[in-house]
Design a protein around this ligand. Sequence first.
Ligand code: GLC
Length: 776
Amino acid sequence: MDYGGFSKDSREFIINRFDTPTPWINYLCNGKYAALISQTGGGYSFFEDPRYQRITRYRYNNVPLDRPGRYVYLRDAASGEYWSAGWQPVCKTPDAWECRHGLGYTSISSAYDKIQSAVTYFVPLDDNLEVWFIELTNTSEKKRSITVTPYAEFALFDASEEFMFHPNLHYFSTAEYDSRDKAIYYSFYNKRKGYFQRNFSKAYFSITNSPVSGYDCEREAFIGKCRSEKNPEGMKTGKHKNSAVIGGNVIGCLSTYLELEPGEEKRVIVVLGVDAYENKLTPDKILRKFSDEEHIAYEFDRVKKYWEEYTSKLSVDTPDPLVNANINIWNQYQSRTTFDWSRYASLMYNTGTGRGIGFRDTSQDTIGVVHTIAPQVKDRIKLLARNMYEDGHAYHLFFPTVGTGDPKKYSDDHLWIIPAVYSYICETGDYSILDEKVPYIEGSGGTIYDHMVRAIDYTLANVGPHGFPRMFYADWNDCLNDIDKKGKGESVWVAMFFCYVAKQMAELAGEIEKPKDAKNFTEIYDDMKKKVNDIAWDGEWYIRAFTDEGNPIGSKSCEEGKIHINTQSWAVLSGVAGRERGLKCMDAVKKFLDTDLGIRICWPSYSSNPDDVGSLINYPPGIKENGAIFCHANTWAIIAEAMLGRPDQAFDYYHKLLPTVASKKVGIDRYKVEPYVYCQFLFGPDHPQFGRGSHSWLTGTSAWMFRAFTDWILGVRATLDGLIIDPRIPSSWDGFKAKRHYRGVTYDINVRRASKTETKIEVNGSPWQANKPLSR
Ligand code: GLC
């Protein structure tokens, strides 16, 4: 593959060109402190919350796109020449260059003028900071004097204020150098009462293991007049101004001077972090701890071990190495990142200021991590439940650090808590979650079960003229937001999704011996199912929605958007479609929506100007919700095909969207985004750039692709009754092996093909029956 590929063990993605088509990033984080980093060191850091607790600056949509970042300038004292260890921002062409994104770390190495450098960035597991570990080697024949100058630009701690009020508010910033700690301390005045209280008092930037020869806290002092990070005056002259800031733009910028004999290697440790109130040590003590190379090696090793352990709970050995790399490593890593940061913070797609934690997004993200961090999932579900109203609906987005949320009503958000809880119980068998008491937004309390029941009640209480759930602002498709402007528009997809969750509620109620509830939920299910089949079947597929005026969306009678994917896949997932209709509507998906690169979200894309569909018409045909290959929605088609017993079709849908496969087929210069993680969508065939990827990393695609493959194609699936093995593997495979940790036991699973349609299953060396639960 151009631009790079996986390491032998697939645990690293090695990028071999600095000029990737878009920034190819990594998330380094310990669940609290987070650092987003591109292949050339671009990106920003925050603590717990990318909006309210931002640490370093990111100029959104800058040119280039990943500025500023964590830069390391190198300067040869003899020649006065300077360059960047990570290529940016000086951008001098290196003699060699490579970036390795690994799980929890990124390492950028390069060579310039016979000085070899490697900078490894990581966030330790238990400290609220990031380490930049710089190794320099003199590969020339003569002694060299090299100045090493790490650089970071601090942000206003409230990143949304950057956009609106920077001119005044940056005068709240102060910074000074502390020679004892060899650190720049940055703090932000907000002495008035009523301000949001951050969870840290100040940020710091330090060279911990080597004498500091000069520093600058003020950006202009270091950069100089009419210059940029590319050619700062401080690097041209080799001199700092030793500036402080009392109201101004703050940077962390320090130099250390190294003498390197031929062949000699020296190391510099840079630490950037926050003085969080929860920290057990004061910054001076933390900096001392992180000044010792052995300690750095120890912390780095812990990060590596953490991820090895994290990914060890479920691993597969299939005939397809790209599938293995995806499932065993990158898909799990991406799912964890989405679980940590929802759709909140990225470089190019989420500013880290607007979106907060999405109720529906995070609920779905739990299913991608529950097999490995179930206790955190339980906490997250409780957090979600706290963001529900007494009447059962939920904030669409919320900001947990400040306790606010977006009250706009969506038809599906609140219902997503049910599959999150259901999958948590399938994984753990821990029914006690249902009894956990959690307050509603208004303050009164109720158990999680109570929250789930109210979610059902809320939908039941808000149906439209056909008896389908009201669309409200929108449903899963955020851009179907002109359907229900007058209080009558309905979502057929939510009707199906409602059936799916009602069935889960019936099962759960049965398990906890609430037969009345179980009966009630079953009746609710039957009733809605009947309505969908009576009213929303369009002959070959299911209608997507009904507008205020009762007009169908996603029907053969429509000019545009005749068929939408979700009401076909979910007809099967929810059990609403019988086998015949299930096969028929999924055949229609294949016929009208499938392409070489995946299934488009709807067809034909909208190019006219209807006023009863929604904001998707603002996107040119083929982009995003208007006819793109929406990867998230593809996952459900994979599951539907597996459920229908068409494993080859399921696998085809799965395989062609593997980032490694799709990027290769499209060509990486057109595909553009990282080929090691899923993106939200590929431009659809109605767009001239068919196949271009966008919105990588934070997408519900990740968790659902993982489940689609492990639960439905391999069929190794957690159920309320225990773990079952019900394979639906492609006919070209002889079998597969899997290791699955489940409820305290590790199972070695070996599936071999016995005939065209049958498989032989062995668990821990003994024969096992398909569908028979393990360890209830
Ligand atoms: C984005 C949103 C998600 C929504 C989807 C479809 O991925 O994060 O919540 O369901 O778009 O509109």
